[in-house]
Structure formats: structure tokens, C-alpha cells
Design a protein around this ligand. Sequence first.
Ligand SMILES: Nc1ncnc2c1ncn2[C@@H]1O[C@H](COP(=O)(O)OP(=O)(O)OP(=O)(O)O)[C@@H](O)[C@H]1O
Length: 510
Amino acid sequence: MLLSDVVAASARVSATRSRTAKTEIVAGILRDAAPQEVALVTAYLAGVLPQRRVGVGWRTLGSLPDPAAEPTLSVGAVDDLLQRLADTSGSGSTATRAGLVRELFGAATADEQAFLRGLLSGELRQGAQDGVMQAAIAQAADVPPTLVRRAVMLAGFSAPVAQAALTGGAEALEAVGLEVGRPLRPMLAGSEPTVEEAMATVGSGGPVALECKLDGIRVQVHKSGEEIRLFTRSLEEVTERLPEVVEVVRTLPADRLVLDGEVIALKEDGSPHPFQVTGARTASSKDPAELRRTTPVTLWVFDVLHRDGADLIDAPGSQRVAALREVVPEPNLVPRLETADAQEAQRFFAEWVGRGHEGVVVKSLSAPYAAGRRGAGWVKVKPRHTLDLVVLAVEWGSGRRTGLLSNIHLGARDPETGGFVMLGKTFKGMTDEILAWQTERFQEIAVDRGDWVVTVRPEQVVEIAFDGVQRSTRYPAGMALRFARVLRYRDDKTAEEADTVDEVRRIAGW
Ligand SMILES: Nc1ncnc2c1ncn2[C@@H]1O[C@H](COP(=O)(O)OP(=O)(O)OP(=O)(O)O)[C@@H](O)[C@H]1O
């Protein structure tokens, strides 16, 4: 199959809003792909680079050779060139690598170049395609969608699942399970405004567990003998960036383990640093050894999914925690309280929030580990309101901020239209570093550069704290956020994962 077929299908998918039409387009191209091409085609359509990283940066992508007039590149040839780039990343000679980039991009048409650029920069990655992709795999292979979904959650990505479904059908999908060394989608938490409501949702009045909610980096730990690998919430491997975590895991008394937890940088008094400090450990390109010296992180584990041959994802929460206590020492366990007493639970919440943490996660004692799902098994409670919103536009600053993009327009997802509804603006909470970063970022995704307001593609997710919701005639949803301020930009979430207007209404209590 030619890359141009994939590029054309991708363009048709973007051009229609209908989910059914999108699904049919993707299913069609999956059926057309040869068996050995299915995984590649799926990955490219999902915007996922199978090699993860090939070490080609912005600078190279900004100065490409002239495009070819006719499409000739096959998906297999693209994969081969990307693999050679990945293999020479870091160690290969600059001339060899430049030659490979020329070979790939020189053989690509203008449309293919744009597509490949998106794939290499990670910009093509869209959670939106997740649901469509799963439906399309089910349709193309004529298997139940629930089987596809389960397999994707356990395999982490849709490409190997498409391959299994189209070549081995339902039987092959059923055989997909948790594999030590391969990340699965992490379980997500719902949210409630108070501990009492969270306890009712999770435990229907019976006992529940409360755990301290740490504002660090989600880390999935895989240990197989001497081999240890660490993955983030978006399944990116960060093993090399967190050597002190690897060392702790190495000492645990089990040969094969999959753990779920959080790493966080703590101050000398044991209270947490703000997220930015911990975040730098995985985001920064600085030397991990140097960062480890200046900003050491602590591993706090809250779940175990596999232990020495036994899969535990379907075991009830209380059983998983019992298994966890046998392998992870107390200092590396997330503080936890099991209770049915609302007052005791409230005290636990106040205690950990008082120590500077983000809140609590209320957890069911009986629920399984729902990979990739936001089940009723985990519900988070925070003392302040926060939302993950999408930046719709941004205004040029004035005064001290002249020349910088400053005031951002905030949108919540509208599940009914698939669009975004504006809820207000903010220029608060931005550090100089954030301002510099966003000035660059929003020019990259600009679609309309007015003199004052720059409209951007609705892609960048930002975590906003605010004091409440007020009625407003200025904004289309009839509501606006009070005292909105930026907590951080979130690159681990796509716009499809942003919070919805319904969530805002729920917080407002309307
Ligand atoms: N004890 C804990 N149990 C589960 N998750 C925890 C715990 N402590 C911290 N977390 C983190 O909290 C996250 C969920 O809360 P929050 O909504 O603030 O984060 P998010 O990434 O915005 O949301 P989500 O991951 O649920 O979409 C988890 O992904 C995990 O990284």
C-alpha cells in the first residue's frame, strides 16, 4: 500500500464530522492493507510513530528537500527508512542521518511531507481517533467492539490489536493479555466535589479506601528479572530519566512485577514541590544524573497488576493492595486509609491537603483494575476546582508582556457538537518560562494571525484552577470561570480528553 493512500484516507477522516463515515473510511483502508501492513497503517492513521522516536527535530523538519511530484513511497519503505533513522539516532553520523531524511522526504509528495512531519513531531497524535480506530478495527475484522477495546487497553496501542484482529479474528484478540514489559493503559479516576459524595459513588455507604492524591508523574513500573522499564500515563518510556526509581524497583522482592504509582519531588520537610519541579524530571532534556542530584524524586506505589506469573488486574482492590504490601516497603506505598466513616475520611483528606498534597482518591475495595477506563472504582476529590481546558485563541500582551502571547481564551469540550465552548480568558499564573513557551507554541498552531488575537487549532490542553463558575451573558454557554489561572500546560492529554461543558455545569451545581 502506498503512503499516499493513507494520507488521502487521513484527509477524508478529518474532512467529515460523522463518526460513522470516519469509521467506514478507516475500516476500508484496513481491509485494503496487506496483512503485514495492517499494524503500520493503523499506527500512521492514529498518528503514532511505531519507532516512538527517531531523533529528527524541529530544525530538520523546518528545512526539507523539495517534494516529489508523484507518490511512490510504500508504507513498508517509509517504515524501513524510519527504522534506519531510529537505529542511528544518537550514535549515527550526521551525514548518514541527513541522507536518510533526504531519501524519505525527497521521495514524498507535498501532502505526504506534511503528513510525515506531523507524524515525526507527534502533532498528528489525536485521542479522537482512538474510538474511531477501535470501531473501524471491529468493523474491518468483523469482531465485537468490546473485544477490540479490551485488547487495546491491555496492549496499550491499537496497531498490534488491528494486526491481531485482521489476521487472527476474535480468537487472536482474546489471546491478547497483560504482558510484563509492555505498558497497558492506566486506570483513570472520576471526580466528585466532596469526600462524602465520592464515598457514596464508590462504596454506596460501605467501606472504601482513601489514598493521598500526589501531584507528580504517573508511572507504570515493569520489572522482569534485571530488566526494568518505566512508562508515563501516555505510555512514553522514561526509564533512563528516573534512575533512582529504577534502583528502588530493583530491590523489590519479586522477579516479575507490574506496578502503578506516582513519582514526586519532595522538599526536605517531606512536603511536595509544585508540579513543575517534578515535571522537569521527565520533560527536560538535561542530563538525568544532574537532575537526579538537584531534584531527586520518590516513588509512591498504589497498585500491583502482575506479580510473579499471576495477573491481578481482575482481582478486587483490597486483594491487590494486600499483594502490594508483600512486595513494596512502607515508605514507597501511597498513604491509605480504609473506612466507612465519613468524619474519619474527612480528617484524612484535611490532613493530606494540609501537608500540601492535591487531595485524595477514593477507591473501591471490590472493583478490578479498569485499564484505560474512568470507572466508578476510583474517584478523586480536590479542595479547589481545576479543569483541563483547550486554548482556542491567544492575545498579544502589552506593557511588560509586549511581544509575548499572553491572554489565553479557554474552551471546554462540547460533546454534542464536537466543538469547544469558550468559558473565559486568563493571563494569570504564567511564569516567564510559560510565556516564552506559549508564545512559540501558539504561533506554531496558529490558523489566523490577527493583529491582536491569534486564533489557534484547538489542540493545546491547559490545566486551569478557578474559584467558581458565574453566570455570564458574554460567553455562549452562559457561564464564565471566576479567577481562572494557569496551573500548567498538559502535553500528556489531547483536546479530546479535555473537560466538557457538562463537567463545568456540574461544578457550578446547575
Ligand atoms: N493514590 C492515587 N491513586 C490513583 N491516582 C493517583 C493517586 N495519586 C495521584 N494520582 C494521579 O491522579 C491522576 C488522576 O487525577 P487528575 O484528574 O488530577 O489527573 P489527570 O491526569 O488530570 O486526570 P486523569 O488521569 O484522571 O485524566 C492519576 O492519573 C494519577 O496520575
